[in-house]
Design a protein around this ligand. Sequence first.
Ligand code: HEC
Ligand code: HEC
Ligand code: HEC
Ligand code: HEC
Length: 431
Amino acid sequence: MVVSLLLQTFALADTVLPQYAHDKSLGVASCSSSLCHGSIETWKNSDVLQNEYVTWLRSDKHARAYNVLLNARSKEIARKLGLKEPAEKSNLCLDCHTHNPPPAQRGEKYEVSDGVSCEACHGAAERWIKSHVEVKATHQRNIEKGLYPTENDVARVHLCLSCHLGTEKKFVTHRMMAAGHPRMSFELDTFTQIGPAHFRIDDDWHKRKGSWDGVRAWAIGQAVYAQDLLKLLQGPRGRDGLFPELVLFDCHSCHHNMSDKRNTAARVGAGPGVVRINDASFLMLRQIAKCVDPNAAPILAKEVFALHHAVADGSDALKRAHAVEATISKLIPKISAHQFSAEDLRGIMLGLIDEGLEGQYGDYQGAEQAVMAVQSVADFMGRSGMLRTAALRANLKQLLALTANDEKYRSASFEQALRALKSNIATGAAK
Ligand code: HEC
Ligand code: HEC
Ligand code: HEC
Ligand code: HEC
């Protein structure tokens, strides 16, 4: 099991993101016929729903991602950045707001205005469009012909993060954010659910594609996010003039009123007045490592601590970043192979809450990730009958409300809400 997962992880290292595939992209019109994925109703005797196009078009923001580039906010961003072309013509924006393969890889029905289209996630369809509907088609064979392995957590989160965090090739810089681009955050399980999902994970899905576990997806999402952030920090994107790239740091460690004394860097043992790397995913990884590799958990904690110090005093920060990245790389195949038990879930949930009560979510981005994590884990515990999630609805709603607006976030109220959640888990919602 572990060996096959390891092999799979190595094989994935060569998986090319859809935008850079050598095959032609054929355009949404090639998928959306009512006899294909554009049915209004779901089909009873098909493995897949067949109404994927309708779900995507009506309710998925990806279908409108190109149109965003035509709005007033985008015009303002382009103006402030001094772009030579309008946003909807600039690869700087198109690389994430649509499926943007090079012109030679665009089929006849390809439309730039399709936005983040089917092929932006499922891969250029040139070699699999015909064969994927043959009776003898298998998922593996489709992948060999260029279908992107979206069912695999590691491959999927790399795909999502290529736009939702960015890569060396495409990136939302602090300058772009200061010009008006929103701050970005990502959590794989939550973002997969709110998509909304145009697929159903049922018995035949498991048979065709393997296992699906929301908590494992959350855990892998956190690990890969941390890994990608550290890679960016070490690469050319990590610098902007004299300064490091500020997007990789905690926004609110700089952006708050001076009278609001937070000294949040003290939490990680760095002194007052220090800018802190965005460590929300490291905080989540602490809980994950405790389940998956208890020996690695204290090592990771020590390395992250050393990284914060090195960033603050300028000594071998990049070496430290590399060390944390290497530890996380070793953790990822272990997370992929881990079966999260009832005890793990309870441990993660209470661990997340206790970290908050110890003041670890003094700043917004940690709290934001903690809420998404608590929701995913509570949801899973509810479905597997370990908790009466209905009894927690008010607590979860309160946590969401307290993190809905980063500018209004107050850690004291957040901690109070966590305390209420903890006592409710111990009494009302326990099974
Ligand atoms: C690295 C990928 C990436 C790049 C490059 C990028 N964006 Fe975005 N953009 C996103 C993502 C992802 C979101 C959604 C963020 C969220 O809601 O979490 C977004 C959101 C936005 C929004 C807000 C949309 C809304 O619904 O309110 C605007 C406006 C926007 N982008 C404009 C631009 C412009 C203009 C450019 C080029 C200067 C650009 N973006 C470049 C990924 C990118
Ligand atoms: C933002 C990425 C994204 C976009 C855009 C997207 N999909 Fe998907 N799709 C996924 C993910 C993730 C899954 C679930 C994992 C899997 O089954 O591989 C999925 C699953 C599917 C499945 C398989 C369901 C099953 O039971 O095996 C079909 C069919 C599908 N999508 C069709 C489409 C079509 C058609 C479009 C365009 C109208 C589209 N998708 C757009 C990400 C995307
Ligand atoms: C090619 C770039 C790209 C890829 C790949 C991509 N996204 Fe997105 N995503 C975007 C952009 C751009 C937006 C913003 C669209 C808008 O605001 O209209 C967005 C918006 C979203 C939103 C809505 C967020 C909100 O604030 O409402 C969700 C959820 C989401 N993406 C999930 C995913 C998931 C899950 C994956 C991976 C399976 C993924 N995305 C892959 C570019 C991408
Ligand atoms: C090291 C401190 C630091 C960090 C970290 C930081 N910023 Fe900034 N930010 C600044 C400075 C300095 C300016 C420029 C203010 C000015 O032009 O008056 C700025 C400007 C901005 C502006 C424009 C506001 C204005 O006054 O013009 C926005 C929006 C913004 N940042 C968002 C973010 C986001 C989102 C993050 C995290 C992803 C972030 N910043 C991280 C220091 C920081």
